[in-house]
Write a protein that binds this ligand. Structure first.
Ligand code: LLP
Length: 427
């Protein structure tokens, strides 16, 4: 539980909004976010880095709702994006292209051109091929592209293999030698301008040590390049700061920030960070209602609680074996039996589960909250089983706003056709 989430008179309340009020108004499943939490985390990181020039570029992929982006733009954040779609979202939310960094291994020609026309801050290049494509596009459009290079420092972030990105066996980044060649190429091309080197070694990293080690590698390369007379304006350490889902030790922000400030103090370099999860993860929850209870029919059987959210709404448990706390919105009656429940959804797969073996006192119709679902929750949802994607709600003090209405089946079908020919359709 975070300071923004509390039981008030037996009802789970986010900031000053009881969650049942949101369920009544918007139905379930619904993602609910706390603006106070997002602001608090942003300020904590910002203050911790006060000793050096820095820019926090919120990683849009973690939660790309335009109300969330608008909130971060208002706090002065820049943005880290990985697609043209994310850039469009930032611009619609009032973010400035100049404060955006474009990351990702597979930027298309159209995306590069869109970003150049919009006046993007810089590209984080992940291959020599990509650098040459950006060079050609910048020439064609008569623009100068600012170039960062993403180095793969070969550091084990000690996180889930699907979200570990800083090892040589991962598809991300280039070797320090390639990075040096790329920056030197950018320095002599008249359509490119070298800006800095960076890395992103993975996500949900709970120990700052590998992140601090990554900074060392980046600084070694920066020093070499500067010694060769290449002007650089920044270093980029990516995101990856972990949060507490269950019993992980709290990420030591002070230790992390102290190491960064110490290493960069007195250098004419701006520090870029690209945190996503750290800013929004613990600030969101998924509200769901119990549809049916299927208590075990035999002694060794399992108890299934079928809820109205499913793997299409929150895929993290299925995909990464992730653990999200499940809590009752209303404190249960003393008579309700507590059992170890499997919390499952309506999707037709045994892989459709949200939580295993949770000791809860449940009745059909109960409201539940899956906590720490503010990052990589809604953004990874899908229409699997033709389920409408959930609504999203942003809470501020005692008020809440629907920032994405629940999808309807008409929304889902709007892009499809039966393939009937014009003749068939007029018959
Ligand atoms: N920068 C780059 C280049 C990234 O690839 C990522 C995340 C970030 C920043 C932000 O990382 P964060 O601060 O949020 O750790 N879907 C997975 C997480 C995938 C992370 C992908 N890259 C999950 O649900 O755990």
């Amino acid at each position: 539980m975070t300071p923004e989430l509390n039981y008030v008179d037996g009802t789970l309340t986010l900031e000053a909004v009881p969650l049942n009020a949101i369920a009544d108004a918007c139905g379930t499943p619904t993602y609910v976010y706390s603006s106070a939490h997002f602001e608090r985390r942003y300020h904590a990181l910002d203050h911790a880095l006060a000793g050096i020039r820095h820019r926090i570029c919120y990683a849009v992929k973690a939660n790309s709702n335009i109300a969330v982006l608008k909130l971060f733009a208002g706090l002065g954040a820049g943005f880290d994006i990985v697609s043209g779609g994310e850039l469009e979202r930032v611009l619609r939310a009032g973010g400035e292209a100049e404060r955006v960094v474009f990351s990702g291994v597979g930027k298309s020609t159209d995306e590069i051109a869109f970003a150049l026309r919009a006046g993007i801050g810089f590209f984080n290049c992940e291959s020599e091929d990509e650098l040459h494509r950006i060079d050609r596009q910048a020439r064609r459009l008569g623009r100068t592209a600012r170039i960062g290079v993403r180095v793969n420092p070969n550091i084990d972030a000690k996180t889930h293999p699907y979200i570990s990105t800083g090892l040589r066996t991962n598809k991300f980044g280039v070797t320090p030698e390639q990075a040096q060649r790329m920056i030197e190429y950018a320095a002599v091309s008249d359509a490119l301008e070298p800006a800095g080197v960076g890395c992103h070694i993975g996500s949900q990293i709970t120990d700052p040590a590998p992140l601090i080690e990554a900074l060392e590698r980046i600084m070694e390369l920066t020093d070499t390049l500067q010694a060769h007379g290449v002007p650089l304006s920044h270093v980029d350490l990516g995101g990856g700061l972990g949060i507490t889902y269950r019993d992980e030790t709290e990420f030591d922000l002070d230790r992390y920030a102290r190491a960064l400030v110490q290493r960069l103090a007195g250098r004419d370099l701006e520090l870029m960070l690209e945190p996503g999860r750290y800013l929004v993860g613990n600030g969101g929850l998924l509200l769901t209602r119990v549809e049916y209870l299927k208590p075990a029919a035999e002694p060794m059987g399992r108890n299934f609680a079928v809820v109205d959210a499913a793997m299409n709404d929150l895929i993290r448990p299925t995909l990464y074996d992730a653990w999200h706390a499940v809590v009752n919105v209303h404190t249960p009656d003393a008579q309700t039996t507590t059992r170890a429940w499997q919390i499952v959804g309506p999707v037709c797969e045994s892989g459709d589960f949200l939580a295993h073996d949770r000791d809860l006192a449940l009745e059909p119709g109960d409201l539940l909250a899956l906590l720490s679902a503010g990052a990589y929750g809604f953004v990874q949802s899908s229409n699997y089983n033709s389920r409408d994607r959930a609504a999203e709600v942003l809470v501020k003090d005692d008020a809440f706003t629907v920032v994405r209405r629940r999808e309807t089946v008409s929304d889902q079908l709007a892009l499809e056709s039966t393939g009937a020919t014009a003749n068939e359709m007029t018959d």
